[in-house]
Design a protein around this ligand. Structure first.
Ligand code: GN1
Ligand code: MG
Length: 365
């Protein structure tokens, strides 16, 4: 605790820290709440950045600063109240940085958002709100005055993920390739179609925009009393990407009827109610800036992320489980099969997804 207090003292906070306790259940960063003695001073969140995954904390914090400053200035211009509950505020050090290095570890602090809660379960109502909130987040960032670099290079680059899988197969370090032949075939025959975003981008038809790139339901704070989304959090992966990243990863995680490692694939379905609610909210707030090619490809965005995750899990399985934490030896294989099952159901429901999107678009014009 003494160590944590000394790290806190590197930041220019208001008030006197009275208590520091672990907060939340994040798997990547270590997070603490820092209570202050004075009622007038805010409480804070202290976080150790996992710099094994985020190898360039300077770039990471730069992206976060650009995004939060931009959103804050929009709220200020619109006269919004309670801005520190709507957008994260990072605390500077005396040198003007939003992180500090101590014993080779990277730390940052932000204002704790009071009277807000996170959710783990998704309902249609929450899904509509989430769609609106992520669409609004992207909309506010369409005019960020610089191109954000990728805090994890090639994070959502499908060609790169397939290349990693090819390399794993060629090396076969754990001798697992033979047993996954049919999965590799199912992945291989979809590869070209799944890389269409990268192709369209090269042809100048599809832009990259500032995206969140980790659109899980638990990366939003809900106001305690209204139960509405108040703030988007966990900005570690904000970077330039196709809007498909934000749409697709929410569909993959929230519109699936089972956990991402469900062993019984019979339980895995794509939940159309969650899809519809999110899409309705998303188009309401992002419809103004989205290009037709982005809207038309939303069903592809959903499929792309189930598929990309299958590719990543399978590559990790073949590599002998070096990236994702596993609870048992076949875990990454089970995860791969679960993602493929979700993909197959999405493919079956693609006409229904398209029809619904057409309806929404027609209603707007
Ligand atoms: C990782 O650790 P978590 O769940 O926030 C991964 C995501 C994957 C996800 C799959 C930095 O996120 O891209 O979609 O696992 N994050 C990173 O469960 O690789
Ligand atoms: Mg998270």
């Amino acid at each position: 605790m003494e160590r944590l207090h000394s790290i806190v003292s590197c930041f220019q906070i208001e008030g006197t820290p009275s208590e520091i306790k672990p907060l939340g259940s994040g798997l990547i960063n270590d997070t603490y709440i820092v209570r202050t003695a004075e009622t007038a001073a805010p409480d804070y969140v202290l976080q150790r950045i996992n710099h094994k995954i985020f190898t360039d904390p300077d770039l990471l914090q730069h992206n976060i600063e650009v995004v939060t400053d931009h959103i804050r200035s929009k709220y200020e211009a619109s006269g919004a109240d309670d801005i520190d509950r709507r957008v994260l505020r990072f605390i500077p050090t005396p040198e003007g940085k939003t992180y500090t290095v101590s014993d080779g570890e990277y730390w940052r602090m932000m204002v704790f958002i009071p009277r807000a809660v996170t959710r783990e379960e998704v309902t249609s109502e929450l899904s509509y709100d989430a769609g609106k909130a992520f669409g609004r987040f992207q909309a506010m960032l369409t005019d960020v005055p610089e191109v954000l670099e990728e805090s994890i290079p090639d994070f959502h680059n499908m060609e790169f993920r397939l290349h990693q899988l090819d390399e794993a197969v060629a090396a076969d370090p754990a001798g697992r390739v033979a047993e996954v032949k049919s999965l590799l075939d199912a992945i291989g025959c979809r590869a070209e179609s799944m890389c269409r975003a990268e192709r369209m981008h090269r042809e100048g038809k599809l832009p990259k925009r500032v995206c969140h790139c980790d659109t899980k339901i638990n990366n939003m704070m809900f106001d305690e009393s209204s139960d509405r989304v108040i703030c988007i959090i966990d900005l570690d992966t904000v970077m330039s990407s196709f809007i498909f990243s934000d749409f697709g990863d929410f569909m993959r995680t929230a519109a699936c009827t089972a956990a991402e490692d469900e062993p019984d694939t019979g339980k895995i379905h794509f939940n159309m109610d969650i899809f519809k609610a999110f899409t309705r909210g998303y188009i309401e707030s992002a419809g103004e800036f989205l290009l037709p090619v982005e809207i038309e490809n939303l069903p592809y965005a959903a499929e792309r992320f189930a598929y990309m995750q299958a590719v990543r899990f399978l590559a990790d399985y073949i590599n002998g489980d070096t990236y994702y934490k596993i609870a048992y030896p076949e875990h990454n294989l089970v995860r791969t099969k679960a993602q493929m099952a979700l993909l197959y159901d999405m493919e079956a429901k693609e006409p229904e997804m398209k029809a619904y999107i057409d309806e929404l678009v027609a209603a707007r014009s």
